[in-house]
Design a protein around this ligand. Structure first.
Ligand code: FMN
Length: 209
């Protein structure tokens, strides 16, 4: 499948084949493919909780407006956006800094500059913090769905869930925000897929003020 086919054929699939699990090696591969997603300063403020056990998925379904696909899909993921992913002392931030030094793109003397740049851009208020984590995690989530499609795996993104309940039921630390859940699996061929949905065209998308 070339990229245009992947983009055109990806659909939010409501019904997953309950008898067709996803090979764990493919789950790993799609996550690794999505890890190539760009992020601000390469900070990668995303994590995933990967649920494959029926019991866990049912627990999530109860927090997600009882949407059946949450537990019918063989793999359902909770996408996490790390609101602290630009903080000084954060493990990934430190690794990014050290990797930049190793690659020769930064020097140890630039530590203060790097920290000031991050906190000026993202640390102003709650809105800038949330924007930082969610825009990057959103790109990652989209890449995951395209990577899945390229491997023949269907998906369904969802924000129909109770954020507080999912945080509590899965013991998610407060530094995270959940931008969306994604169900992954194979479309149940006994069901019919609705026709592709309307999209805004070029002239609707491009604006000037
Ligand atoms: C962030 C996000 C949240 C969504 N939440 C839900 C949801 O909770 N339940 C649902 O049935 N569909 C949900 N959808 C699926 C959209 O309705 C669907 O992607 C859209 O109608 C376009 O259809 P298509 O993906 O098949 O082209 C969500 C999609 C996105 C991107």
């Amino acid at each position: 499948m070339d990229f245009e086919e992947i983009v055109s054929n990806r659909r939010a699939v409501n019904f997953f084949n309950p008898d067709k699990p996803i090979d764990p090696s493919l789950v790993k591969k799609m996550v690794e493919m999505a890890s190539k997603t760009p992020s601000s300063f390469n900070l990668q403020p995303w994590n995933l909780i990967v649920l494959t056990e029926k019991e866990d998925k049912l627990r999530l379904q109860k927090c997600a407006m009882n949407q059946e696909k949450v537990s019918a899909a063989p793999v359902t993921m909770i996408v996490l956006a790390d609101n602290e992913g630009f903080f000084e002392g954060h493990k990934t931030v430190e690794q990014v800094f050290q990797e930049n030094i190793k690659a020769g793109t930064m020097t140890e003397k630039q530590r203060d500059w790097f920290q000031t740049a991050r906190s000026r851009l993202y640390g102003k208020n709650e809105k800038t913090i949330q924007a930082f984590s969610c825009k990057n995690a959103g790109f990652f989530a989209m890449a995951l769905m395209f990577a899945a499609k390229s491997l023949g795996i269907d998906s369904h993104p969802m924000d129909g869930f109770d954020h507080g309940k999912v945080m509590a039921k899965f013991n998610i630390p407060d530094n995270f925000y959940i931008p969306l859940l994604i169900a992954f699996g194979y479309f149940d061929e006994t069901k019919s897929l609705p026709a592709p949905k309307w999209r805004k065209g070029y002239d609707d998308i491009v604006v000037r003020f």
